[in-house]
Design a protein around this ligand. Structure first.
Ligand code: ADP
Ligand code: MG
Length: 611
């Protein structure tokens, strides 16, 4: 006989639900802090014992719970936050499912103490006995959760060391703290203060947010990130994005500083992650992970938060609009050359001895505003006369741009990247700007400039003739491998669209008759060989769409000025001016930085001047 069907007892239902909502002590912390925030607390204290397994206590100064409601708070599907299905459409509180306290109550010992403003004293509810006794505390609520998972030992076995569980709890509070700079948080572990983030006295929301991000994520993150606020770019958009994004060259191998919030709720979201990955495309070195803290604001009707019991996932009604807003906002901000930004005004780092990297980092930051990019200085080019022919692609004046003699440059002129002084070992350009010294990796910088130009040209011409091509006065031939022969033959059309005319000369040699105008100064054979090697890996028909940027990057790399080339001062200045005018010129195509700066203050620090 199969067993008959019976309804499960209430407590078992809660224990089953608890399996989804409460994974570890950090989940209890998350739920209790969510509740405190929903109760409009401005001061929240979390106390932990044994990684939160022995105790998670959350104390808040919120509105409190009415004595008559105390026992209701522990019931399943009991909430004060929604009443009808329509309310779900526009829910603005962190909680609404009414199951967290019930779930926790079913797998731990819970005590609730609460007092409302009009009460003469607090009331304490013992969850286990249901007994209500007078308690003592000021207005607000204290919830104590002891011996988590004592009734579900299987769960308890999955827990890691106390230190690991404590770290997870702290991480959970960090997320809340980032989302709510208007609330003070204190975290105590084993009786010792572990972290404290005070609400900032500033009434300016942006300042408040920056202060909190600095408190929670540290100076390093501030120095290596830039502010983002899409309102200035697209004031009418329903989706607004603000926060800070990490500079590409500060990206790290671990994805441990990636915070996405949707309407104040920490989420993990594939759409947002993909938009960010695209925005950092060809700015990151290797498999580095960018850092970000992004707050996405979207009308509540356009996002469903009731997707997952822990609400860590959301579903956007129109994921394209969110993708677009994030991608556009982030890539716009990252593409602003920092050399075009006003000089940074950062308090010098309070810790550690002066170091080159500190100084360079400090100099590299700046808070770009869309305004700054509009008021960028007019581009001025040194005269082309006297420049070596093979440098012409850098010095070439663009249409409609004033041409100036480079020797009219004086130190009063506010060139962000300064005036070239010398070349160091054929690799670096040293320049002097108003703040101090600028060091430029000339190959990396030139590579980015050529790449951006190739991309811009390719965009313009994609549908039509392809990249502008220049016939060589004297065609160049070279001995080719069988693969090179075959690739040249099968990729005739893509090669033409990229501006090349390459043909078989004999059974074992190729002849180059034309190259892209932008690369006419490069070593044609070297360029062709690298390009053929690249093309050999792609199917001819998809080359132009899918791998266009990869191929342009190969061309830029082999077309850009190599190390160990002696440049004249005019050539160096031409490169600096070109960098100032090129998007994304702060990183080469592989995400390495193209320039660093040391201000006079940094240099003085290095030499202990004025101490
Ligand atoms: P939810 O947050 O989804 O409503 P919970 O189980 O987390 O469900 O909480 C149940 C109810 O208990 C809440 O709706 C709220 O009315 C009350 N409550 C819980 N924590 C607090 C708190 N810190 N301050 C005031 N009320 C609270
Ligand atoms: Mg809740």
């Amino acid at each position: 006989m199969p067993p008959s069907i019976r309804e499960l007892p209430d407590e078992l239902i809660s224990q089953i639900a608890a399996g989804e909502v409460i994974e570890r002590p950090a989940s209890v912390v998350r739920e209790l802090v969510d509740n405190a925030l929903d109760a409009q607390a401005t001061d929240i204290t979390v106390r932990l014992l044994a990684g939160g397994v022995r105790l998670v206590q959350v104390e808040d100064n919120g509105v409190g719970i009415d004595r008559a409601d105390l026992s209701m708070a522990l019931k399943r599907h009991a909430t004060s936050k929604i009443q009808a299905l329509e309310d779900l459409e526009s829910v603005s509180t962190m909680g609404f499912r009414g199951e967290a306290l019930a779930a926790i109550h079913s797998i731990a010992d819970v005590t609730l103490t609460s007092r409302q403003a009009q009460d003469v004293h607090a009331w304490t509810l013992d969850g286990a006995s249901g007994e209500l006794t007078p308690g003592s505390r000021v207005t607000g609520t204290t919830i104590e959760v002891r011996e988590l998972f004592y009734r579900t030992p299987a769960r308890r076995k999955f827990l890691k060391s106390d230190a690991t569980e404590t770290a997870h709890c702290l991480e959970s509070i960090k997320r809340h703290a980032l989302a709510r700079p208007d609330v003070s948080f204190s975290v105590w572990n084993e009786g010792k203060l572990l972290a404290q983030w005070k609400r900032s006295p500033s009434s300016n929301a942006q300042e408040q947010l920056n202060a909190r991000i600095q408190d929670v994520l540290g100076n390093d993150f501030m120095l290596n990130s830039i502010e983002l606020h899409t309102h200035a770019q697209a004031p009418a958009s329903a989706v607004q994005v603000l926060g800070r994004v990490g500079l590409p060259d500060a990206a790290r191998s671990r994805a441990d500083t990636q915070y996405t919030f949707v309407n104040g709720r920490f989420v993990r979201d594939k759409v947002v992650a993909h938009a960010l990955r695209s925005a950092y495309e060809d700015l990151l070195h290797g498999h580095k992970q960018p850092a970000w803290v992004l707050f996405i604001h979207i009308p509540p009707q356009r996002v469903d938060v009731n997707v997952h019991p822990t609400k860590i996932e959301v579903r956007f009604r129109d994921s394209r609009e969110v993708h677009q807003a994030v991608w556009h906002g982030v890539q716009h901000q990252l593409s602003q050359p920092r050399s075009a930004q006003p000089a940074p005004s950062v308090p010098s780092s309070s810790t550690g001895s002066p170091s080159l990297t500190d100084a360079a980092q400090a100099a590299a930051i700046g808070i770009p505003t869309p305004l700054a990019s509009q008021t960028q200085q007019p581009m001025v080019w040194p005269e082309q006369n006297g420049l070596r022919q093979d440098w012409s692609m850098v010095a070439e004046p663009s249409p409609g741009i004033t041409t100036h003699a480079s020797n009219s440059f004086t130190s009063q002129q506010p060139w962000p990247l300064g005036k070239a002084l010398a070349q160091l070992h054929g690799v670096y350009i040293l320049a002097q700007n108003a703040q101090g010294l600028v060091v430029v990796d000339m190959h990396a910088a030139h590579e980015r400039i050529v790449y951006e130009r190739l991309k811009a040209q390719a965009d313009l011409m994609q549908q039509e003739t392809g990249l502008a091509s220049q016939p060589l006065l004297i065609p160049v031939s070279f001995n080719a491998t069988a693969l090179e022969m075959a690739t040249a033959e099968s990729h005739r059309l893509p090669l033409q669209q990229l501006g090349f005319d390459i043909d078989a000369l004999t059974a074992q040699s190729l002849v180059i008759r034309a190259v892209p105008v932008l690369l006419s100064a490069s070593n044609a054979t070297e360029l062709a060989r690298h390009l053929l090697a690249d093309l050999a890996q792609h199917d001819a028909s998809t080359v132009l769409e899918r791998s266009r940027n990869d191929i342009l990057a190969t061309m830029a790399c082999h077309g850009a000025v190599r190390a160990n080339r002696q440049l004249t001062i005019e050539e160096m200045n031409a490169l600096l001016r070109q960098m100032e005018a090129t998007e994304r010129s702060d990183q080469c195509n592989h995400g390495r930085p193209t320039w660093r700066a040391l201000s006079m203050t940094d240099l003085d620090r290095l030499f202990l001047r004025g101490r």
